[in-house]
Design a binder for this molecule. Structure first.
Ligand SMILES: [Zn+2]
Length: 83
């Protein structure tokens, strides 16, 4: 995917962080989420967001909110702010 955002280095130590898919969370019978985490192994900074999906009647999952893109944006924004 050419539109995928690139992670910026850690705002605290400058190391390259990793992006990891963690937990699957069920909201109810039809909606579930997947937790994405950006973590810096060097200084243990992390940011977490949850992607949200809704199951259709044919059991295909529709993405409601892309947690992977969201966590990259949050991480990069902090990197730019220098906070
Ligand atoms: Zn770091």
């Amino acid at each position: 995917m050419g539109t995928e955002k690139q992670l910026k280095p850690c705002p605290f130590c400058g190391s390259m962080p990793e992006i990891i898919m963690c937990d699957l969370v069920a909201f109810d019978n039809l909606q579930f989420g997947v937790t994405w985490m950006v973590t810096c192994r060097a200084c243990h900074t992390k940011k977490v967001t949850t992607a949200k999906y809704r199951l259709a009647f044919d059991e295909t999952a529709h993405l409601l909110r892309d947690g992977k893109m969201a966590v990259i944006e949050v991480w990069n924004r902090r990197s730019e702010d220098g906070k």
